[in-house]
Write a protein that binds this ligand. Structure first.
Ligand code: S3P
Length: 459
């Protein structure tokens, strides 16, 4: 067992806990031809893992979590919680114990909180810290320091916290917390689960009822999990309400496998001739599975089997068989429900017959990279015809050439283009894939086991 904050350095840690190749500081070289077969077990859900740690920390008494994603993003959240006094033990096998301190039990941080690449950890914990009677400084890596934080600074300031940011509202943030905060009724200017969750989490330490209206449904894991921890949440007509001061009680629960990680293999199997894969125990919360609907519109054959409920989240086994896809206009109603899957949906679109039009996805420009740019550049590097707009792109189906793709240090771009290499005319080299570790440790091993001809080269 290891207590976070006193863990081995990263390279040793990966080997100690996973027994897998460590995808750090490297490129992927994929040679065409590997059909995908068998069963693929993807790691735990990233969004749910962050929330599990944060809510367990704010609960009273111990919680035990199984299936936690041990990716760098989640570990950064765990370390940050450690710095505000929370004891978290992670044992081998993704089992984790958190000693909750209650809503007001956190202690002033011993140092700057570094969230690495993780927007979710940064935004959610900013909100928690805004409601504490002490100040904190939060920062992140090169990519995170270019991601907009005004979306959380505005509501948290309205609630009574004082927040200083870098120029333009970028990290680092100095948060001068206040307890209690004032509750607000807040209309989100953009559909963002992170912002919605930030306001709800701040609302736990506010006087009265905090209400958030979202312009489109986004992932509802925070709401589900708050209810699971015994905190009443009301949802009505796109408005979510929480009552300040409600107590959370520690609990045991397990985290489903990550649909967003499964999506790479769903698309990989769809485009790979004669591929057939099963992905057991994947989270299929409908606020996350817009990509399933989009792929089905494109003609995909994906079966959802053994649908069940695990700790308040729907879970199922997915079975996918290769088939010809056709281009579609992605319905705007599905955009927020598929927001993290556009890199791999673009790979599906590039293999489909006809044109696929993706619009209304301006948010992709402020993800771990400018994903519209990174997708467009990657597709063009592999000789796919794509037109770029400020808020999307139109992709004309074709055949990937071989070539070199820059992942732009973005985990989802790296994994999406690795799958493209299985059906290209020549080898595809994806550069700078180290940050795959943030969401899918051991990706290269899992992909190779499924049949992808992937080699890891140090960069
Ligand atoms: C997430 C919400 C989404 C998503 C991100 C994880 C979450 O971001 O892109 O990867 O866990 O709440 P936005 O809230 O910015 O849309």
């Amino acid at each position: 067992m290891s207590t976070l904050g006193k863990r081995e350095p990263r390279s040793k840690r990966g080997r100690l806990f996973k027994g897998t190749t460590i995808d750090v500081g490297m490129n992927f070289l994929v040679t065409p031809g590997g059909a995908l077969h068998g069963e693929v077990e993807v790691p735990g859900d990233k969004s749910i893992s962050h929330r599990a740690l944060i809510l367990s920390a704010l609960a009273e008494g111990p919680s035990e979590v199984t299936g936690l994603l041990e990716g760098d993003d989640v570990l950064a959240t765990a370390r940050a919680l450690g710095r505000v006094g929370v004891k978290i033990d992670i044992t081998e096998g993704e089992r984790c114990r958190v000693q909750g301190l209650g809503l007001t039990g956190l202690t002033p941080p011993t140092a700057t909180l570094d969230f690495g690449n993780s927007g979710t950890g940064f935004r959610l914990l900013s909100a928690v810290l805004a409601g504490q009677p002490f100040s904190s400084t939060l920062t992140g890596d090169h990519s995170l320091r270019k991601r907009p934080m005004t979306r959380i600074i505005d509501p948290l300031t309205l609630m009574g916290a004082t927040i200083n940011s870098g120029k333009g509202g970028y990290p680092p943030l100095n948060i001068f917390g206040r307890y209690p905060l004032s509750s607000i009724e807040y209309e989100l200017p953009i559909a963002s689960a992170q912002t919605k969750s930030a306001v709800l989490l701040a609302g736990l330490n506010a006087n009265g009822v905090t209400r958030v209206r979202e312009p489109a449904q986004t992932r509802d894991h925070t709401e589900n999990m708050l209810i699971g921890f015994g905190c009443p949440v009301e949802v009505s007509d796109g408005v979510i309400s929480v009552c300040g001061g409600a107590r959370l009680s520690g609990r045991m629960f397990s985290i489903p496998r990550d649909f967003s990680s499964a999506a790479f293999f769903l698309v990989g199997a769809l485009i790979g001739p004669e591929s057939e894969l099963t992905l057991p125990g994947v989270g299929v919360n409908p606020t996350r599975t817009g990509a399933l609907d989009i792929l089905r519109l494109m003609g995909a054959d994906i079966q959802i089997m053994n649908h069940r409920n695990v700790a308040g989240e729907p879970v199922a086994d997915l079975k996918v068989v290769a088939c010809r896809l056709k281009g579609v206009d992605v319905p705007s109603a599905l955009v927020a429900l598929a927001i993290d899957e556009f890199p791999v949906l673009a790979i599906a679109a590039a293999c489909a017959d006809g044109k696929t039009s993706i619009t209304g996805v301006r948010e992709l420009r402020v993800k771990e990279s400018d994903r519209i740019r990174s997708i467009v550049d990657g597709l063009r590097a592999l000789a796919i015809d794509v037109e770029e707009y400020s808020d999307g792109m139109t992709i004309t189906g074709g055949r990937f050439s071989g070539g070199k793709v820059d992942s732009c240090g973005d985990h989802r771009i790296a994994m999406a283009f690795a799958l493209a290499g299985s059906v290209s005319r020549g080898p595809v080299r994806v550069m700078d894939c180290g940050l795959v570790q943030t969401s899918f440790p051991g990706f290269s091993d899992v992909a190779r086991k499924a049949g992808l001809r992937l080699e890891v080269e140090s960069s």
